[in-house]
Design a protein around this ligand. Sequence first.
Ligand SMILES: [Zn+2]
Length: 451
Amino acid sequence: MDVRIIVETTFENGTKRSHRLDSISRPARQVGPENFGLMMKDSQSLLCGIQEAVLRDQIEEISEVSRICPDCNKVRAIHDYRPRVVDTLFGRFRIKAPRMRRCACNAKSKVVLGGPFSPLAHVFPDRSTPELQRLQAELGARHSFREAARIMETFLPCARQMNTTVRNRLGKIAQDISGIDRAERAVDEDATSPPLTVFLDGAHIRCRPEYQRRHLDVVVGKIESPNMSRRFGLVQQAPRSPAKQLRQALISQGWDGRRPVTVISDGEPALPNLVHRAVQGSVRHILDWWHISMRVQHVENAVKGLLQAENFPGISELFQRPAETLRWNLWHGKIQTAGTLIQCLMVDCSRLSKDDLAVRDATARVQARCRELYTYLANNMGNLTDYGWRHRNGFPISSSRAEGCVDDIGNTRMGKRRRMRWSPKGAHQVAVTRAAVLDGRLSVSFHKIAA
Ligand SMILES: [Zn+2]
């Protein structure tokens, strides 16, 4: 059999036109699994044909409609036709876009100001459709630019994709995303501002050699309010003001610029400082419980090891008791007591006789672990809290939600295993776009533009 596809256009003025597209031939005697139904290649040429028919008719109609002067209803003359290339998801087409002469009906001195204008100029400012740009950015944020180009070529009848084009489009989209955030600020002015929690973490990615450094720090995290959450990623070295970017992210999440913001992160001071600069006000920084808990676990294990030593010379109760209550005290925010317990442990360890080699090693380990925990707590003294109370009342106590973002935004696309090197700007753009893709913000923002 032969299948013929005909596209019929009905213009607004009632005229009709039909386009005959390729026909598909399926001889009954030669049918096999390879030519059963529609093939990928058929679908690509079909889509390309439909796109071309729709596009050309659309351009013709827009040109016809825009020839009529809105002021005097006269038909304006066509000055010339300019060749243009339009890139779409379903092919790249060379079209002829007409340019009109301006009408003199409005000019006082009957002198027309300005040269001919193109009615299609605002339709494709970048010579490509927004949908194509969005897909390029989305795939570029998920895969390497080369891979993204390959995927598009596999499934779509689009023109040959270059990895550099994918990269540049992603950069443009990343810029647009920041622009949209700025526009959203005015909308939420009256909304009552919910309490916000920022979960922060950092990822290291390889830097390109010309920037004189081995690694770039990607700051990733999540901003959460009771009913919304939003991921973000940025490279501190890249944007002119990372704090400003973060401030915009906070505002678009409903922050009013005054309410205190809670930050949960590990002990790294650079990350909360960034939020501090972004908020320009009070920031409640809370140390992540998991990082404390891990260090407490180290102390507990070391004490267990010491007690199990064969010729343990001391009173086991003296060691066991502090190790057991340490976690409870820290969990309930009794930091002074916890500090005293750690010091007691260290003093008791130093009093043990060190004749036996195994005991000496185990004692040294306990002391080292205690010192580690003590220093960590001392460095973050102001950021400890009553974790038990927070947990019971449904407040977050751990930055684990940001750690998911480290993988999602940083490592999956830019991690060390990918063997890629990044410039600060490039990494920043990918981080911004990837966060938007993961949140589903990319498609939403584009619907907004279209509306
Ligand atoms: Zn006119």
